[in-house]
Design a protein around this ligand. Structure first.
Ligand SMILES: *Cc1c(COP(=O)(O)O)cnc(C)c1O
Length: 365
């Protein structure tokens, strides 16, 4: 049996009519850039995320970039963030001329440890950027307390966490900005690239709206230098269709997670730990095992899709050598980079497929 890590074709067959209608109507209408569907989706997304405003942008990476720009991050500044994350988290900081300052993660949640943040704050620190990794929120209350105390902004990298909750609050609605990605493999995926920034500040929402449009307001009058970073109308139309189904899909993912958790109980497998106050949306179901590479080989042999998020932490990436980090600086991050492996958990995964994954993992351990 072949089990893909993610099979978007199943989602498509279920929504085929609705999706095709939405796309065709944009094509017929021809308002491809900033058509009415963008405004509609922004309104729905803000409501869904529990934020006052949301601004559609071209990707999750751009969401981070624009949010950091809105925090006035620039050359000489520092941004505190985890190293165990997708590249964009730090890449956007560096692209603005600032320096990422990496902090270690909690071994149970894979998220930044709030207690390790304060000692990294310097007069150059502007922003704390937690990442809600794999779909579980970082411990936001202490992070926000530290930020308030030191007059820092908080940008949530919620790219993997749409719909995730922390003490009842939604991901992206706890910091100054929330940044989301609609990359196809995220829980809410577009038919291409897309992203979103959420905020409760009307001024910041307006600033990002201008920023995504070359910094122009009115058109052709540029008071600052912006980007070409809009959410395509076609993508917005697709996302509006899919958003209605998101909570149902998340519920299925959570059911699959429970099945895995109980199947792996008592084995030499570290299963994901969901904090009592969190609602994990399982963008990834990630386990940690002693012989990760052997498990990966066995899964491959059995045609079971899997992936390693992430094999090289950012502080040890070639492109960040000049930052001067060395092995041993972030021990939990480095251990997890060696041990983690993510298994199929998409909503449409069948019982037979999941049983096969479980049996294969058990045989390999
Ligand atoms: C996917 C992702 C991004 C980037 O999103 P894109 O839409 O691919 O640009 C940023 N941060 C994290 C943690 C992600 O998982």
């Amino acid at each position: 049996m072949q089990v893909p890590l993610l099979d978007l074709k199943r989602q498509y067959s279920a929504l085929k009519k609705e999706l095709e209608q939405a796309v065709l109507s944009v094509i017929a209408e021809t308002k491809f850039i900033m058509g009415p569907e963008v405004v509609i989706f922004e309104k729905e997304a803000a409501e869904y995320c529990g934020s006052k405003y949301s601004i559609g942008v071209a990707s999750g990476t751009d969401a981070l970039l624009l949010a950091l720009r809105a925090c006035e991050v620039g050359p000489g500044d520092e941004v505190i963030t985890p190293s165990f994350t997708f590249f964009s988290t730090a890449g956007t900081i560096t692209r603005l001329g600032a320096t990422p300052v990496f902090v270690d993660i909690d071994p149970d949640t894979y998220n930044i440890v709030p207690e390790l943040i304060e000692s990294k704050i310097t007069p150059k620190t502007k922003v704390i950027m937690p990442v809600h990794l794999y779909g579980q929120c970082a411990d936001m209350d202490p992070i926000n307390r530290i930020a308030q105390k030191h007059h820092l902004k908080v940008v949530e990298d919620a790219a993997q966490a749409i719909g995730s909750k922390y003490k009842g609050k939604k991901a992206g609605a706890m910091g100054d900005f929330g940044c989301f990605s609609f990359f196809p493999s995220k829980n809410l995926g577009a038919a291409g690239d897309g992203g979103l920034v959420t905020t409760d500040s009307p001024d910041m929402a307006e600033f990002i709206r201008i920023l995504r449009f070359h910094g122009a307001k009115p058109k052709y009058f540029h008071s600052f230098i912006g980007y070409n970073s809009r959410l395509d109308t076609i993508q917005a139309a697709i996302l509006s269709v899919k958003l209605k189904y998101l909570d149902g899909w998340t519920a299925r993912r959570r059911e699959h997670a429970l099945v895995y958790n109980s199947a792996f109980k008592g084995l030499d497998i570290i299963t994901p730990q969901e904090e009592d106050f969190n609602y994990h949306i399982y963008n990834q179901y990630t386990i940690a095992v002693k012989n990760r590479d052997k498990l990966s080989a066995v899964l491959k042999e059995n045609q079971i899709g899997h992936e390693i998020y992430y094999p090289v932490p950012l502080h040890l990436q070639e492109c960040y050598r000049s930052l001067g980090y060395k092995e041993g600086d972030l021990p939990v991050t480095e251990r997890k980079a060696r041990d983690v492996i993510s298994l199929p958990i998409y909503p449409e995964l069948t019982t037979e497929e999941q049983d096969f994954v479980i049996e294969t993992v058990k045989r390999s351990i």
